[in-house]
Design a protein around this ligand. Sequence first.
Ligand code: GAL
Length: 956
Amino acid sequence: MPSSYVEDPAPGHGSSAPRAAFRSDAPALSLNGEWRFLLSPTAEAAPEGIEQDDFDDRHWNGIPVPGHWQLNGHGSPAYTNVRYPFPVDPPHVPSDNPTGDHRLVFDLPDDWTDQPAVLRFDGIDSCGRVWLNGAELGVTKGSRLPAEFDVGPLLRRRGNLLAVRVHQWSAGSYLEDQDMWWLSGIFRDVTLLARPAGGVRDYAIHAGYDHLTARGTLRLDADSGVRLSVPELAITALPAGQPAEVADIQPWSAEEPRLYEGEVHTDTERVPVRIGFRTVTVEDGQLKVNGRRIVFRGVNRHEFHPDSGRAVPRESAVADIELMKRHNVNAVRTSHYPPDPAFLDLCDEYGLWVIDENDLETHGFSELGWQGNPSDDPRWADACLDRMRRMVERDKNHPSVVLWSLGNEAGTGRNLAAAAEWTHRRDPTRPLHYEGDSDCSYTDVYSRMYADHDEVDRIGQGLAGPERTRELPFILCEFGHAMGNGPGGLLEYRDLFERHPRCQGGFVWEWLDHGLARHDEKGRAHFAYGGDFGEPLHDGTFVIDGVVHPDRTPSPALTEFAKVFEPVRITVVDGALRVTSHYDTASTAHLDFSWTLEEEGIEIAYGALTVPPLAAGATIDLPLPELPEPPATGAESWLTVRAALAADTSWAPAGHVVAWGQSPVAPKPHPAAPATGSALEMTDTELRLGPGVFDRTTGQLTALGALMVEGPRLDLWRAPTDNDRGSADPDEARWRTAGLHRVQHRLVGVELLGDALVVRTRVAPAGHGFGLRADYHWSAGPQRLRLRLDVEPEGTWPCTLPRLGLRMTVPGTLGGAEWFGRGPGEAYADSRQAARIGRFTSTVDALQTPYVHPQENGNRIDLRWLRLTSADGAGLRVDGEPAFAFTARRWTSEQLDAATHTTGLEPGGTIVLNLDLAQNGLGSASCGPGVLPRYRLHPDRASLTLTFTPSGRAGD
Ligand code: GAL
């Protein structure tokens, strides 16, 4: 029989009442470090007597605390999204319940005096039974919540024995079905905290702000005898319960996170505090902070590190926040549980709006039509409420927390309603969020996930959503599913947030790819996802859906996010420069504006720009800067205006670009004169036209000057993205049904028309009647070979095209790339805001985006020209009309498609170069809307003209 506490739906027992997380001047001893560890396959197999001093643990292993045993050589991680990885038989758990015993022997520091003390665990997954010096302290559940046990009288000066038995599964696991790796252990800090007699047990600071008078109100709730001092505000020893008013307060906001340093104190203990004055309200159907509507430009953040799972080192949390701030992220939803408490300190300090979410998800019950859902079962009432209480009490003093969230995907039910009622009573200063309360019967904001643009538009107009929700602020607690390459369509969401006052932004799903760092059998590093650990039940790559790769390098999605949600918009309208502030509260006084003028991507002039500070939300039109005369050459010139930080901040140095805008200043040049004048020469096997050599029978290009090439041939295929694969009616399935991954090329004829070579083909998939006519018209000058591709669909096409363009191979030595077009990063039709016009250089290898699950990537768009070069200076230049897109890689689209991990991509000897008219957009159908109609690539008549110059010299 399993230990009864494991399957008891009640919260644990023995711990003390929840309270705020804080550090005081009272002694504290970190018990993090190397502990002794034994993993047993079941609870019953775990040894007896681990709490006894004389228990022999010499044959046990060492394990780091904080940590997960599955990431330290014991057992293995498992990933599921919705489904529980065990039978849904609440509150029972499998008999095979891996149980990790932990032991630590510690001494007290010499200066530790005899006094009350608590032992604090910030997180144990999923159920821990704790003993100190042989005495049982209790049991804790609620993996991402703290538990404290009173231990004062039990402590010894030397040789304290702390024993913790952790079960992988418990009744609590039914409440912790978040979409993430199942990982167990003591994964957050363990600390012994002295609790001086007459000290500060707990406190709540209420710091409101009246935006009409700029006055702050301050009140400390605590036991009598506890006081608050804030020297900067001349507040000295304000007694608990006594309100104070302060004039001329600088309020806290995510944009200007003003914190006042103070101290909560008694005669025996001092707690340093940082106070942010702000008032959160729901008024006129809008969520307001300090009287102003705010817009969440947010991300959902799980706690994750590729080596240590949910044991996230502080420097990674800091890295997250700095990356967020540098990419114009202003809000975080702590999906789907309270983060390490230190993370919220950082949010206060750096400035981020936070939705703090409870550790409660019962999504797996949706598979049973929500039958037996703990959210509505009285047996789980205490556990549900206990979790909410522990979060609210722990995090109540953070100005960054502006909304509480009851949890995620836990259905509905009386336990949630009760938790809502308790929270409203306990903290009337923060509105309550829960997406699952779809008619807002007990929540204060209307929240949805993945609603498409049309629906958000209707919600914004008050035309959609249950009755009560229509008077409430609307947020997308999840949108823009960033799985693999994508999302597309962020810009259109931004437009809706700007059009409808009630649509107050959202939180992209999600911050980070949860790829676990691994090495393959050849020792090559890669990131693992669901199924890589032999899990019988798993959800594969669905855990790889962040805007940041597992190693915290930004994916192109984050760069796109930064541009779409930039807080200042710079455009040229009717010959004037328009600067619009999209800040919620801050002025633009912290920004310096400057301009550059580039001629074909080369800077020819620059200057500073005086933009008077704009109040939040204001717009100004200014004359364009005085620019030099447009070049006589007619070269394409662009004006770029940038807004950059004027001074260093905690998250980026002075000069960091926050926003930019571009405008053409000279008309696009006319296309280069056609390459003509070279006569066709013929041998038995070859045709020669300028630098081009063709197979005489097939009309296929085989060489460009000294460069051996294959192709170009019409290409329709791309390695499907996760978004191509997603949805009920995935594009990928349609494309494959149509056979677009296996088209055949039929040569219709090779014609010599004067000095031109015309190769006519028909490209179509086996088994179908539809196809594309593709005619290649070749002509040449002595150094240049020109191709005009004409495409015309035939028959009835059943689907869009993944891409439309040409594929060729060029020598692998041409590994350097330079282009004039949009860059520097990858871009697609519906995710291209971050790509600016300029001249960029890269290598073919660096053009690749290493999506954890390989798929189409690295596309650069709007190229006027591209040059590929080798180290010895040989090269190939391609000019295009209209502007074209390209990818260049050392493998084919088919190899990219077949690879399951980055290690599956083996460079070949040649470079596969795609020169495209277009690709289909990305959308975010892996979870959410597909490609918007205007970004779909339908088969249509099209032409592309490319000029190949193999010398490497620009046009001759
Ligand atoms: C949501 C859920 C998230 C995640 C996402 C898909 O339904 O709340 O946890 O699973 O879908 O990646």
